[in-house]
Design a protein around this ligand. Structure first.
Ligand code: TRP
Ligand code: ZN
Length: 528
């Protein structure tokens, strides 16, 4: 049973037992955010008999949120100045604030002045010491004239940096790596940055995920990454912000006997000199926070394509897992087909789950390869992470303050799937959610404090926002809005302003007012 304080944030419930100290290893998985559904009569199945929390939250309302800016006043961090509006090169050879792209929660994430097209990440990993010898080659396009630019990299030792094959000077300050090419990069030109680095990657604290660390971690002979929002910079230098999506090739060399998994398609697996190199390719744009690496003793389970032209399904489970693990994952095709019916074809060429051999207390929707603990492989949470492939991964918020577009939508869709799967009345589900939101005085999902980024309101008041819109606009219009929201930004980024514009277009200004009251009003609207 969760204590009162533990429910203030759903993330507390999500992560209460997930921290890395010795005592938690014995704990059952914490409640994943995605199971705090008050009306789920059948809790998601667990494979280890762990009871799943279904108690309604009873916490006091959060402290007063800050005044919310109107959506059309939101910062638009990815807006580059028009090329012809730019000052002469010598006036703007360093873009303003080289350390960040103006994210409302993470001022130092991302870097202006260029746009990354492709990452080629080569990792030579020694699991016995949890260390890497690595080289990341970035293909980018300059959006400014650059006599210097930054990358985000946390920890590790930089061995060398080159730009277009010529050695470059570099310096480090915190998680900013500043590169000074031997000769400036002209605005508009394509360039290649190569960074060689080594060391033991270290997970970092992230203010949005207050209860555990993000990034590269090692536990019980498994190396794993959980990176949302900031953790990717613990293992590769990047433009670490969702506004700069890119394609990836991730090559992982491990000692013979280890399996290495990552995003997309495994294009080759070769063994020489006692090392196996796994090459993974993600050909669709991906935000850095969705890049992932897993190394350990896993079995790969191939299921082939979901249907003609559909994604290839493959899962990874700890070697020697009980058959119940595979059994629990077998709901995945039903989930994808359910969501394809609502949103259109699955966005990527593959999907699957990697299950850790230990409890995590959460799941994360890495592009095409979600990570779950053994207690989060119930239909609801599986559906939640699959829903993120459309909403979050293909259509990505352009600021971390827009996170309800990920979590509210994924929660709404996973609750819909659960209702369908367990044959429950969905309106009843949502009335229960509304009652719980009212009882707890859930804060508005837009403009939360950074520590509430993955809190209860973002997930469930976000989901209720969509249900309120659906009840107002009717199913047909609502699902048109949902599909258009996905279609119009597939493979790219979006924000609440764009969503409200769609609501206006399909359902009119009253619907916009309604959605705004759900997103911004301090109090929970009294009716759905
Ligand atoms: N996006 C995750 C979800 O599906 C929650 C989450 C956010 C998370 N940051 C994380 C999980 C870091 C693990 C690690 O709801
Ligand atoms: Zn989620």
């Amino acid at each position: 049973m969760l204590g009162r304080a533990g429910i203030v944030l759903v993330v507390a419930a999500l992560l209460a037992t997930a921290c890395g100290d010795a005592t938690v290893d014995e704990s059952p998985d914490a409640v994943p955010a995605t199971t705090v559904s008050v009306t789920t009569t059948e809790p998601p199945s667990t494979t280890d008999g762990t009871p799943v929390e279904t108690e309604p939250a009873t916490s006091e309302p959060e402290a007063e949120p800050d005044a919310q800016p109107e959506p059309d006043e939101q910062p638009e961090p990815d807006e580059q100045p028009e090329p012809d509006a730019q000052p002469e090169p010598d006036e703007q050879s360093r873009p303003p604030d080289p350390e960040g792209v103006g994210d409302s929660f993470y001022p130092k994430l991302g870097n202006p002045g260029y746009d990354i097209i492709h990452y080629d990440i080569d990792l030579d990993v020694e699991p016995s010491t949890n260390s890497i010898l690595a080289e990341t080659t970035i293909t980018a396009q300059a959006t400014h004239h650059l006599d210097a630019f930054n990358l985000d990299l946390s920890g590790l030792e930089v061995l060398s940096v080159s730009v277009d094959g010529v050695d470059a000077n570099s310096s480090r300050s915190g998680s900013e790596l500043t590169v000074e090419p031997a000769s400036p990069v002209a605005m508009g030109s394509r360039f290649e940055v190569r960074v060689a680095y080594s060391g033991s990657p270290e997970a970092i604290e992230d203010p949005g995920v207050p209860f555990f660390e993000v990034g590269w971690q090692q536990r019980d002979d498994v190396i794993y990454t959980v990176s949302e929002p900031s953790g990717s910079m613990t293992w590769f230098p990047s433009n670490n912000h969702p506004t700069d999506k890119a394609t990836f090739e991730i090559e992982i060399a491990v000692p013979l006997g280890f399996t290495a998994a990552s995003n997309g398609i495994l294009t080759s697996e070769t063994t020489t000199d006692g090392k196996t190199t796994y090459t993974w390719r993600m050909d669709d744009p991906m935000a850095t926070y969705l890049a992932a690496v897993y190394i350990g003793d896993f079995d790969r389970i191939d299921h082939g394509p979901l249907h003609d032209g559909g994604p290839v399904l493959r899962d990874y489970v700890p070697s020697g897992s009980a058959p119940e693990v595979e059994q629990a994952l077998s709901v995945t095709p039903e989930v994808i087909e359910f969501l394809e019916g609502l949103l259109g074809p699955y966005p990527f060429d593959s999907y699957g789950t990697i299950v850790m051999p230990f409890s995590l207390g959460y799941a994360l929707e890495n592009q095409t390869l979600s990570i779950h603990g053994p207690a989060t492989i119930g239909p609801g949470i599986i559906a939640h992470e699959v829903a993120h492939q459309w909403l979050g991964n293909s259509v990505t918020p352009d600021d971390w303050g827009e996170i309800w577009l990920n979590e509210g939508f994924a929660t709404y869709l996973h609750l819909m799937f659960e209702a369908e799967h367990y044959d429950m009345d969905f309106n009843n589900t949502m009335s229960g959610v509304h009652a719980q939101l009212s009882a707890t005085g859930a804060v508005p999902p837009m403009g939360t404090e950074v520590q509430d980024l993955f809190g209860f309101s973002v997930y469930f008041r976000g989901a209720a926002t969509l249900h309120a819109l659906r009840l107002h606009a009717g199913d047909e219009t609502f699902f048109e809005i949902l599909r258009s929201h996905y279609d119009r930004s597939a493979g790219a980024t979006t924000n609440t302003g764009e969503f409200l514009a769609l609501v206006d277009e399909f359902a009119g200004p009253e619907a916009v007012d309604l959605v705004e009251s759900w997103l911004f009003d301090e109090t929970v609207p009294s009716t759905l």
